[in-house]
Design a protein around this ligand. Structure first.
Ligand SMILES: Cc1cc2nc3c(=O)[nH]c(=O)nc-3n(C[C@H](O)[C@H](O)[C@H](O)COP(=O)(O)O)c2cc1C
Ligand code: SF4
Length: 430
């Protein structure tokens, strides 16, 4: 692989358009090979590929940012491993994975095949969220096209339920094993014992697409974009008060202001940004606009990239009301297995709703929130309670002036239509 990895891209896979081809580009396998070149043969190159991934500095794009090479190496050490491409994307504020799967399915399939070669897996599962119908259709067509072209690598396409926690890796593994899509208690972690009891590599689809690029062009090329600590490009979903909500591919470390410009800027001056999705953090607008969009750049503001979703909250909306709706959704999405998550998140959501409504018990609600959020943090089998309490704590801090207004019985924002998307239904767990 080392010789191939140094080969320059055959086409203009440059600047930040590495993962997202231009709108309307031909998604066929032929066009894909013309655009990126063929995936090199990785026979006997497993260790070299993992070394390239390590040198590239690639970290997972599914939210936690775990170094990808460490997972590859751990799974490669086990017997008869399985690769699962995680395109579930249960986060309502994120659409990046669905878009990637829809317009560039072959790059994800290449990445899954390369990861399988790296860990020595023969079974590859591609999991696409149940409501991402066009992404599912596009991946199904890409798999069929490869089979017609005589490719021997086989991909299984599956559609897990549409629940917020269904994309958590142990939930996905449990569902693939025939159970509900609910997080399982660890250990063992999937890399130790996962699907069918085998070591399982669960990797976000955007991470896999990056592995496909590293397998072709190598780590030096990969590092031409981004920062030394956070190399490469990344997909981000922009929403709320931006001129053109949608998904953009950016170089890690691009100033947030420039990222927002990509979406025709801010449609009105926002009071705050929700950074990192529903497990993310509210940040007051101001200095953060000049911060680089990277974990390191966001750290001084108490935020992280997370699901790589950024939403701008206009001044006409109440941050407490928006957060109360999201907290209610997250409480409904508890998998119902851990007491602090089931009862704690419901109590937090109810207290926040009462504060948002200025319903006369606002002072009691604030006291309850201040007591409950630290009590619930860190008290579940998965990170669901932590994500929810982080969001609520940041709302109380960033919207502290608004809290004071609500304590005196009125809301300064003109309520309009709810801004942040919150699914109303609760789907099945199977
Ligand atoms: C509640 C919860 C939901 C998650 N949902 C997703 C998801 O929809 N897609 C995803 O790729 N990772 C999701 N994750 C992260 C996965 O557990 C896992 O870390 C990830 O798929 C690993 O891939 P990566 O290393 O390539 O990021 C979720 C984690 C939690 C705690
Ligand atoms: S913490 Fe909540 S979402 Fe996570 S496993 Fe426990 S009950 Fe389920």
């Amino acid at each position: 692989m080392s010789a191939v990895a140094k080969e320059a891209p055959r086409t203009r896979v440059t600047e930040t358009a590495r993962l997202l081809p231009p709108a309307g580009a031909d998604p066929s396998l032929t066009a894909h090979v013309t655009r990126y070149g063929r995936l090199p043969s990785l026979r006997g190159e497993a260790a070299a590929l993992i070394a390239h991934v390590e040198a590239s500095g690639l970290r997972g794009r599914g939210g936690a940012g775990f170094p990808t090479h460490m997972k590859l190496r751990a799974v490669a050490a086990g017997r008869e491993p399985i690769v699962v491409a995680n395109g579930v994307e249960g986060e309502p504020a994120s659409h990046k994975d669905a878009l990637l799967l829809r317009i560039n399915p072959h790059l994800v399939l290449d990445g899954a095949a390369a990861a399988a070669a790296a860990v020595g897996a023969r079974r590859i599962v591609i999991a696409v969220g149940r409501e991402a119908a066009s992404a599912h259709a596009s991946v199904a067509a890409a798999i069929a096209e490869r089979e017609r072209a005589g490719e021997r690598t086989r991909f299984e396409l599956v559609t897990p339920p549409e629940r917020f926690v269904a994309g958590e890796e142990t939930a996905l593994v449990q569902w693939l094993n025939g159970g509900p899509a609910k997080p399982a208690f660890v250990p063992p972690r999937p890399f130790e014992r996962g699907v069918d009891g085998r070591p399982t590599l669960v990797q976000n689809v955007e991470t896999l697409a990056n592995i496909a690029l590293i397998a072709r062009y190598g780590s030096d090329w990969y590092r031409e974009l981004g920062t030394p600590a956070e190399p490469g490009s990344m997909l981000a979903t922009l929403g709320g008060a931006v001129g053109r909500p949608g998904i953009t591919e950016i170089e890690a470390g691009t100033p947030l202001r420039d990222v927002l410009e990509r979406c025709d800027g801010l449609s009105e001056r926002p009071q705050a940004l929700l950074v990192g999705g529903y497990f993310g953090t509210w940040v007051a607008t101001g200095a953060v606009l000049d911060a680089p969009l990277s974990d390191a750049g966001l750290r001084p503001f108490g935020a992280a990239l997370g699901a790589r979703s950024i939403a701008a909250l206009p001044r006409t909306r109440c941050g407490l009301a928006e957060t109360a709706r999201i907290a209610d959704y997250l409480a409904r999405e508890s998998a119902g297995q851990c007491g602090p998550c089931v009862f704690g998140l419901r109590a937090i959501a109810d207290a926040l709703s009462s504060l948002a409504l200025c319903d006369g018990s606002a002072a009691t609600s604030v006291k309850r929130l201040r007591r409950l959020t630290p009590e619930v943090t860190g008290r579940g089998a998965c990170a669901h309670p932590n994500g929810a309490t982080r969001l609520v704590e940041s709302a109380l801090e960033v919207f502290s002036d608004e809290v004071a207004h609500h304590l005196s019985g009125h809301c300064t924002a003109r309520h309009g239509e709810p801004l942040m998307p919150v699914p109303q239904h609760n789907g099945e767990w199977r």
